[in-house]
Design a protein around this ligand. Structure first.
Ligand code: 7GP
Length: 850
C-alpha cells in the first residue's frame, strides 16, 4: 500500500533560492511537475517491469534515475566548458570520501526540490520517505573522509575546476550493530541495487602493476630503469557527478574499481582448473573490495599499500593522459595545469609515482622531474596520533613496488645530501644526528633491524605546501610533529582551518531552521555566503524570534525522539536537554569521561528526594560512533555506555531525569537527524589531540551549544561565538607534557575514586570486561591515563553544573544558541576551499554558462 501523501513545506526557501540562483536545467515554467511525474512514472515502469504498486524503495530508484539525467546534463556542460577553457585543475587525492546519500543533496543543490517534491506528492509519495530508501555511500572512516566530501561540494559551488580521485570500495565502512550491548560489525553491502549516482567509463582504464623486478637497460640509446611487474590489474574509472549549489557547475569524483586484465585464465579453464581460472579475478577485485575500518589506529596490512598505489597510479596516469592530449609532452607546463592535494599520507606514494612516470615513462631528466613533482604536490596532515603516521617497511615496499623503493632511495640520498650542505654550520656530530632524524628512510625505533619509509617525511620533502587543519593543530605540526622540517622550510607550512558544507549540514538537513534564518535575514544568500549569518546576532535577545527558534529545535527533537523510540523502544522526555557526543570511539576523544559524568549525575539524582529531583535539569544523553574492529579498548567503552544505559534507563526513580542511549551505526545520514536536534554537544578530547573536529562546526551551525576542551577547531569556534558562550574546561595543550610527567604526584578527586570503585565493583555488571578500562585511567600506574581523564574530571563536572544552570534560564540558552549559528560563518568549507585555492592551489573559478 502506498504511503499517505505528506506535507511539501520548504516552498518559501525554494522559491527564493530558485529566484536568486542561476539554474542549470530546471525548467522554470509551470507544469514542470507534470513533466517530472511522467518521467518518474516511466522510469519506474521500465525499471521494475510493472505498472504501479511501487514501494518507497522503488520510488527512490525511479526518482534517482530521473534526477541523474538532470545531473548529467549539468555535468556534461561543465566538462565541455572546462575542456574548452583548459584551466588549471586541482585533484584531491583521498583514500576516503564519506559522501552519505545523494538524492536530497542533488535535488536541492540543483534547485529541483519543489518540482520533485510536488511530483512525488502527486504520485502519492513523500520525498523524505523516498529519500530514506537510499543507502549511504560510506567510503570513509570519519572526519578525514567526510571533510573530503564537504570539499567537493564547495569546490563545485565555487566553480573551481577540480576533481576528487579515490577508490570505489565494494564494501564501505562496516555497519555497526549491537548484540547484548557489544559492537558487532557487518559488511556494508551498498552496491547490490545499482548506483544511480555513478557513470561507468568504459574508455577510462589504466594498467597498474605490482611486484616483479627492475633492470637497467639501454632504451633508444639511453640508460633507463625498466620495471617489469609480476602482477597487473586494470583500474576501471567510475565518475560520480558532484553538483554545486546555485551554479551550473557539476564537477566530478572519479573512483577506481580494480578488475583483472584477463576475464579469466583461458588455458587453466580449458584444462578444467576452474579455481585457478578465477584466481586473477579474485586477486584483482580484492584490491578495491574493502575500506580499512581504522581511524587513527595503525594498519600495516600490505593490501592497504596496494590500495594506495592502485588509486594513485591510475589517477596520475589519467591526469597525464589528459594533459598529453592537449599539451603533448610539454611536462614542464604540468604544474600550470594540475595540482594534487594529498589527503593525509595515504596517497603519498604519488611522490615516487610521478617521478617514475616522468623519468621512466616520459624520459625526463631526474632534476627536471623533481621540480615538476614538488610543484604539483601538496600535503595535508590530519592527525597527531603517532600510531597513525604511516611508515612502510622497506622490505614490503621493495617487494610490492621495487622501482618506487629505488626512487625513494634516490630522493632520500639527494635530500640527506642537500641537508648536509644546508646544515654545514652545525658541528658534525649534531649535523649527523639531525640528518638521521630527518631521513625519509630510517630504522624502526622498536626494532633496529627493520628499516621504514616515513611517508609523512616523503610527503613534506615532495610537496610545495604542508598544512594542518586548525590553527592549534598547524602549530603543533610546526612545533612538534614536523618541527625539524619546519625549521628548514618555514614557508612551506600553512594552516587551513577545516570547514563543512552549509548546504548538507544546515540548509538541507534542517530546512525548518534554514527557513527561519532566511525569513529573518530577508535572503537565502547565506547558504553560499555564511558570513551573512552574523546578521542573526541582531535577533539573539528578541523574545519573539527566540520563540520561533525554540519551536524549530522542538520539531527536530521530536524527530530524534521518534528515532530513539524506533531503535530502543523508549519514549523520551522531549523537554529534556538533548546532550550528544557522536564521533569515532577513541580514547583521545574521551567518550569514557562523558560516561563517568553521566554516572555521577545518576548517583546524585539517586540521592535526591523526589522534590529535589523535580528541580533538576532532565537530560537525554546520546552517544554514537564506531570502534575500529581491532581497537579493543574502544569496544569496551561502547559496552560501558550500553551497560550504564541499561541501568539508568530502567531506574523508575531517575528515568524521567536522565537517560543514556547508544545509537548504533552512526553515519552521515544519522548525523543529519541528530545534529539539528542537539542542544548540547560534547567535543572533549585531551587538549592537543583532536586535529580539528568538524562535527563541532555542524553543531554550531545548527545552534547547538558546545561543551569542549581548548582543542582543535573548538578554539576558533569559541572565538567566533564568544568564549563566554561556550562551556570550556580542562587543561591546555601547553600543560600536557608537564602533567604527564608529574602524574605520580597527582591526587584524584574523591568523586573519581568512587566512580572507579563502582565500575570495578560491578555496578554495571561485566566487571571483568570493564577492568582494563578502569586500569587504563589509573594514573598511579606508569604510562596510564595518557589522555588525562582524571586531571580534567573535576573541571568537567563543574562545567556540567554550569550547563545545567544555563539551561534553566531558557532565554539565555536561546540567546547563546542563536549566537552559535550567527558565529558559524567562518566554518563553511567554502571559506576553507577559497583559502586552499588562493594560497596553495592557485586555481581560479571557471563557471560554465547556465
Ligand atoms: C581527522 C581528525 O581526527 C579530525 O580532528 C579532523 O577534523 C579530520 O581528520 C579532518 O581534518 N582524522 C581522521 O579522520 C583520520 O583518519 C588519520 O586521521 C589519518
Amino acid at each position: 500500500s502506498r504511503p499517505m501523501p505528506g506535507r511539501v513545506g520548504r516552498s518559501a526557501l525554494r522559491v527564493q533560492a530558485v529566484a536568486e540562483a542561476e539554474r542549470p536545467t530546471a525548467a522554470k515554467a509551470s507544469g514542470f511537475e507534470e513533466v517530472v511525474t511522467t518521467d518518474i512514472t516511466s522510469k519506474l515502469k521500465y525499471l521494475f517491469g510493472r505498472n504501479g504498486d511501487y514501494t518507497n524503495a522503488d520510488a527512490y530508484q525511479g526518482t534517482a534515475w530521473s534526477v541523474r539525467e538532470k545531473l548529467i546534463d549539468s555535468f556534461n556542460k561543465t566538462h565541455e566548458h572546462w575542456k574548452k577553457e583548459d584551466p588549471k585543475f586541482i585533484y584531491y587525492l583521498s583514500a576516503e570520501f564519506l559522501m552519505g546519500r545523494s538524492l536530497t543533496n542533488t535535488v536541492y543543490n540543483l534547485g529541483l526540490e519543489g518540482e520533485y517534491g510536488e511530483a512525488l506528492r502527486e504520485m502519492g509519495y513523500h520525498m523524505e520517505k523516498v529519500a530514506d530508501a537510499e543507502r549511504d555511500a560510506a567510503l570513509g572512516n570519519g572526519g578525514l573522509g567526510r571533510l573530503a566530501a564537504c570539499f567537493l561540494d564547495s569546490m563545485a559551488t565555487l566553480d573551481l575546476p577540480g576533481w576528487g580521485y579515490g577508490i570505489r570500495y565494494k564494501y564501505g565502512m562496516f555497519k555497526q550493530g549491537l548484540k547484548d550491548g557489544y559492537q558487532v560489525e557487518m559488511p556494508d553491502i551498498w552496491l547490490t541495487k545499482g548506483n544511480p549516482w555513478e557513470v561507468k567509463r568504459d574508455d577510462v582504464k589504466f594498467e597498474v602493476g605490482f611486484g616483479g623486478r627492475v633492470e637497467r637497460k639501454k632504451v633508444n640509446g639511453k640508460e633507463m630503469s625498466v620495471w617489469t611487474p609480476s602482477e597487473k590489474v586494470i583500474a576501471q574509472g567510475y565518475d560520480n557527478p558532484i553538483p554545486g549549489y546555485a551554479t551550473p557547475t557539476t564537477s566530478n569524483l572519479r573512483l577506481w574499481d580494480a578488475v583483472p586484465v584477463h576475464e579469466f585464465d583461458l588455458s587453466a579453464f580449458n584444462a578444467g582448473d576452474y579455481d585457478r581460472a578465477m584466481l586473477e579475478r579474485e586477486r584483482a577485485e580484492g584490491i578495491s573490495a574493502v575500506l580499512y575500518p581504522n581511524d587513527s589506529t595503525p594498519e600495516g596490512k600490505e593490501l592497504r599499500l596496494k590500495q594506495q598505489y592502485f588509486f594513485v597510479c591510475a589517477s596520475l596516469q589519467d591526469v597525464m593522459s589528459r594533459f598529453r592530449a592537449v599539451h603533448g609532452a610539454n611536462w614542464e607546463a604540468l604544474p600550470e595545469k594540475a595540482c594534487f592535494q594529498l589527503n593525509d599520507t595515504h596517497p603519498t606514494i604519488a611522490v615516487a609515482e610521478l617521478m617514475r612516470l616522468l623519468v621512466d615513462v616520459e624520459g625526463l631528466e631526474w632534476d627536471a622531474a623533481w621540480t615538476i613533482t614538488t610543484k604539483c604536490l601538496n600535503y595535508t596532515n590530519h592527525t597527531v596520533m603517532p600510531e597513525a603516521l604511516e611508515k612502510w617497511p622497506v622490505k614490503v615496499m621493495a617487494k610490492m613496488l621495487p622501482r618506487h623503493m629505488e626512487i625513494i632511495e634516490v630522493i632520500n640520498e639527494g635530500w640527506t645530501k642537500w641537508l648536509g650542505v644546508h646544515l654545514k654550520d652545525l658541528k658534525s656530530e649534531e649535523r649527523a644526528k639531525k640528518i638521521a632524524a630527518m631521513s625519509i628512510i630510517h630504522a624502526n625505533p622498536w626494532n633496529a633491524d627493520e628499516m621504514l619509509v616515513n611517508m609523512a617525511y616523503l610527503a613534506v620533502v615532495g610537496s610545495s605546501a604542508v598544512n594542518g587543519v586548525a590553527a592549534i593543530h598547524s602549530n603543533i605540526v610546526k612545533d612538534e610533529i614536523l618541527n625539524d622540517f619546519y625549521e628548514i622550510f618555514p614557508s612551506k607550512f600553512q594552516n587551513k582551518t577545516n570547514g563543512v558544507t552549509p548546504r548538507r549540514w544546515l540548509a538541507w538537513c534542517n530546512p525548518e531552521l534554514a527557513h527561519l534564518i532566511t525569513e529573518a535575514l530577508g535572503t537565502s544568500e547565506w547558504i553560499n555566503d555564511t558570513e551573512k549569518l552574523a546578521g542573526l546576532r541582531a535577533f539573539a535577545t528578541d523574545p519573539a524570534f527566540q520563540a520561533k527558534w525554540a519551536a524549530v529545535k522542538k520539531t527536530k527533537k521530536a524527530k530524534l525522539a521518534e528515532l530513539i523510540k524506533k531503535i530502543h523502544g523508549d519514549d523520551v522526555n522531549q523537554n529534556a536537554m538533548f546532550d550528544i557526543q557522536i564521533k569515532r570511539i577513541h580514547e583521545y576523544k574521551r567518550q569514557y569521561l562523558n560516561v563517568l559524568s553521566i554516572i555521577w549525575r545518576y548517583k546524585q539524582l539517586k540521592k535526591m528526594t523526589p522534590e529535589e529531583r523535580k528541580a533538576a535539569v532532565p537530560r537525554v544523553c546520546i552517544i554514537g560512533g564506531k570502534a575500529a574492529s581491532a581497537y579493543d579498548m574502544a569496544k569496551r567503552i561502547i559496552r560501558l555506555v550500553t551497560a550504564v544505559g541499561d541501568v539508568i534507563n530502567k531506574d523508575p526513580e531517575t528515568k524521567d531525569y536522565l537517560r543514556l542511549y547508544f545509537l548504533p551505526d552512526y553515519n552521515v545520514t544519522l548525523a543529519e537527524t541528530i545534529i539539528p536536534a542537539a542542544e548540547l554537544s560534547q567535543h572533549i578530547s585531551t587538549a592537543g589531540t583532536e586535529a580539528s573536529g568538524t562535527s563541532n562546526m555542524k553543531f554550531q551551525m545548527n545552534g547547538c551549544l558546545i561543551m569542549g576542551t581548548w582543542d582543535g577547531a573548538n578554539i576558533e569556534i569559541a572565538e567566533e561565538t564568544g568564549v563566554e558562550n561556550v562551556f570550556v574546561f580542562g587543561v591546555r595543550a601547553e600543560e600536557i607534557n608537564q602533567l604527564r610527567k608529574d602524574r605520580k604526584s597527582f591526587k584524584t578527586d574523591p568523586r573519581w575514586d568512587e566512580l572507579m570503585k563502582d565500575i570495578e565493583g560491578g555496578m554495571f555488571g561485566d566487571k571483568d570486561y570493564f577492568k582494563p578500562l578502569v586500569d587504563s585511567v589509573n594514573n598511579m600506574k606508569v604510562g596510564n591515563d595518557w589522555f588525562l581523564l582524571a586531571n580534567d574530571f573535576a573541571g568537567y563536572l563543574a562545567a556540567q553544573e554550569e550547563v545545567d544552570a544555563t539551561y534553566k534560564d531558557q532565554s539565555e540558552w536561546l540567546r547563546r544558541s542563536i549566537m552559535y549559528t550567527a558565529g558559524s560563518g567562518k566554518f563553511s568549507s567554502d571559506r576553507t576551499i577559497r583559502e586552499y585555492a588562493e594560497d596553495i592551489w592557485h586555481v581560479k573559478p571557471a563557471r560554465p554558462s547556465a
